[in-house]
Design a protein around this ligand. Structure first.
Ligand SMILES: [Zn+2]
Length: 151
């Protein structure tokens, strides 16, 4: 049985532009002022990472790693940031954020104090499609878990 919460934005909607999804989670391109900011959102409404069974935790982290790998390949960031809070939206999701030394908040977290006007940076054209293609390649490689395209 699928668990959901009618007051939760990640139960009510996708939480961004879906680039990949499977039965357990989805990868979305977030509407945030940091280009390439992605989230891996668990489909069921669970609050804590340790609410997941071990196999599901492993799957979730394999997806997070795949997103980080794809973002590094596509954007060559200076650093990748991973975060899991859920203080405002207690529905399990991981932030996967490419960071650049000249972005507005570096070296602070994207939730920290702004450091400067950020350098203008736009995503390559067809970025979501390229990200989806990279994720498909990663998940179709031998010895990895599978993840489908958005539906
Ligand atoms: Zn939820």
């Amino acid at each position: 049985m699928r668990h959901s919460d009618s007051h939760c934005p990640f139960c009510a909607g996708d939480g961004g532009q879906v680039v990949s999804r499977d039965a357990r989670c989805r990868v979305v391109l977030a509407d945030e002022p940091f280009p390439g900011f992605c989230r891996v959102i668990w489909n069921d409404h669970v609050a804590e990472f340790t609410d997941l069974a071990p196999a599901d935790r492993a799957h979730c982290m394999s997806v997070v790693a795949a997103v980080e790998t794809a973002l590094r390949a596509l954007l060559s960031p200076d650093k990748m940031n991973l975060a899991c809070f859920g203080n405002l939206t207690p529905h399990l999701h991981w932030h996967v954020i490419p960071r650049f030394a000249d972005d507005s908040h570096f070296p602070n977290s994207v939730w920290g104090a702004c450091q400067r006007p950020g350098a203008a940076r736009t995503l390559p054209s067809h970025f979501a499609e390229s990200l989806a293609t990279h994720l498909m390649k990663i998940f179709s490689a031998p010895s990895t878990l599978t993840m489908g395209s958005p539906s």
